[in-house]
Design a protein around this ligand. Structure first.
Ligand SMILES: Cc1cc2nc3c(=O)[nH]c(=O)nc-3n(C[C@H](O)[C@H](O)[C@H](O)COP(=O)(O)O)c2cc1C
Length: 133
């Protein structure tokens, strides 16, 4: 079965970020579980970064829901498409949040900026893997 992924960053609704995160996670874990999807969501300072992976058709179906979801905007897709192996096999949707601007520090330490799409995507991917470890 062909595996695919989606990696993006978006901006959530600041006034209800906490309650949105809780509701999103609940739905995500239920639906991902039934579709065989796995991945990781990091939420920090109103920003979401998410990696979603699994069977190509299911990733496509859920990606369409996510990209149309009104609970976030300014969605920047950094990579999507086929992958050889799952990166987060143990998580129907892992989750972390960063009260201490962890993501921003991580990106700044590596001098990464979003003009270098490939480098930025690699950095977000590495960050999520570290959060999941
Ligand atoms: C940042 C963010 C991440 C989300 N992640 C997932 C996810 O991993 N899996 C999922 O099923 N829904 C996820 N959702 C929720 C979907 O957008 C959607 O509300 C849900 O899948 C129900 O789909 P439906 O409204 O088309 O039935 C996410 C939403 C947001 C805003």
């Amino acid at each position: 079965m062909a595996l695919a992924h989606l990696l993006y960053r978006s901006s959530g609704r600041l006034d209800r970020f906490g309650s949105d995160c809780a509701a999103i996670l609940q739905t995500a874990r239920r639906r991902n579980g039934s579709l065989g999807l796995t991945g990781f969501l990091h939420a920090e300072d109103g920003i979401f970064v998410q990696w979603l992976e699994g069977p190509e058709e299911s990733v496509e179906e859920v990606s369409q829901s996510i990209l149309a979801d009104k609970r976030h905007r300014d969605i920047a897709v950094f990579s999507r498409g086929p992958i050889d192996a799952r990166q987060f096999p143990d998580w129907t949707m892992g989750y972390s949040d960063g009260d201490q601007a962890l993501l921003f520090d991580f990106l700044a330490e590596r001098g990464t900026n979003s003009h270098d799409l490939r480098g930025y995507a690699d950095c977000l991917h590495q960050f999520l893997l570290l959060r999941a470890a």
